[in-house]
Design a binder for this molecule. Structure first.
Ligand SMILES: NC(=O)c1ccc[n+]([C@@H]2O[C@H](COP(=O)([O-])OP(=O)(O)OC[C@H]3O[C@@H](n4cnc5c(N)ncnc54)[C@H](OP(=O)(O)O)[C@@H]3O)[C@@H](O)[C@H]2O)c1
Length: 254
């Protein structure tokens, strides 16, 4: 008798990344069959490259849902999505769930512009889709601030963040993967909005480093957009894990 073939229903691109791996863990814990697309040779992944298109058609074949967490920091975000949309059309039109960033249409950064273009491309693709914007991840905010800790005085921009834990965003995306397409979904943000100085203070306390933290006004239109809160979602504080909780967990794990 032929072995039973289990249909893989969900493909996660970027399933090896920060957010994507949390999405994969969440879906697998819920008993879902998940396929991961990666450029790497690794156990448990389907090899493919969204930039060249290599391996993408076979990765998409037979899935009902694609959660697109892969990203390109060099301006090719839309190119990756174009390849995926084309493969998805050939594969019969699975539900495409795309994760974007709150404020991509308000903060003038090259990466954000590329994400906004990608949102528009997916919305116009004719594929059933869900576009979920999220605020900055805890890891990114910590990395941005920790860089300044090499100095005795820590300069921080006079702006606020609403950091969110990737596990909270993954919960939202995993839910959406199993629901009907929602189009542009309401934004998803972290539980607290804190100034960069307060966040830097939390980093200092978590790493037992004493530093003088100095908030600075940074010139330029990008920082003005941040200072105006273009990247925040004050009405959407659905994330549960706070920045301090995230830092404490990291300290516990060394
Ligand atoms: N970081 C934040 O604060 C933040 C906030 C809101 C939204 N987001 C969004 O969340 C998403 C995930 O971000 P992340 O921080 O989790 O990313 P990440 O950890 O940097 O991971 C990027 C992923 O993209 C994959 N990838 C890159 N180029 C690829 C290509 N050509 N073909 C196939 N896969 C490719 C990588 O897979 P391999 O290397 O294994 O191939 C990797 O898994 C992004 O869309 C980002 O814009 C991020």
């Amino acid at each position: 008798m032929a072995p039973e073939v289990v249909d893989v229903r969900i493909l996660v691109t970027g399933g090896t990344g920060q957010l994507g791996s949390a999405v994969v863990a969440r879906l697998r814990a819920a008993g879902e069959e998940v396929r991961v697309l990666s450029r790497r040779v690794a156990p448990d992944v389907v090899r493919g490259d969204l930039r060249t298109g290599r391996g993408v058609d076979s990765a998409v074949a037979g899935v009902d849902v694609v959660v697109h967490c892969a990203t390109d920091y060099l301006g090719r975000e839309a190119q990756l999505a174009r390849t995926l949309v084309e493969a998805a059309r050939w594969a019969g039109g699975p539900h495409l769930v795309y994760v974007s960033v709150v404020g991509v249409d308000r903060v003038p950064l090259g990466y954000y512009r590329a994400k906004h273009e990608t949102e528009q491309l997916i919305a116009a693709s004719g594929l059933p889709h869900t576009i979920q914007r999220a605020t900055q991840f805890h890891g990114l905010v910590r990395t941005l601030l920790a860089g300044a800790f090499r100095l005795p005085v820590v300069p921080v921009p006079r702006i606020s963040f609403q950091p969110v834990d990737v596990r909270d965003v993954a919960r939202r995306l995993a839910g959406q993967a199993l629901e009907d397409p929602a189009g542009r979904a309401p934004d998803f943000g972290g539980p607290e909005i804190l100034s960069a100085a307060e966040l830097a203070q939390a980093v200092a306390e978590a790493s037992a480093r004493r530093r003088r933290i100095v908030p600075l006004k940074v010139p330029g239109e990008t920082f003005r957009a941040y200072a105006d809160g273009g990247h925040l979602a004050p009405a959407h504080r659905e994330g549960e894990i706070t920045f301090r909780e995230y830092l404490a967990e990291r300290a516990d794990h060394g």
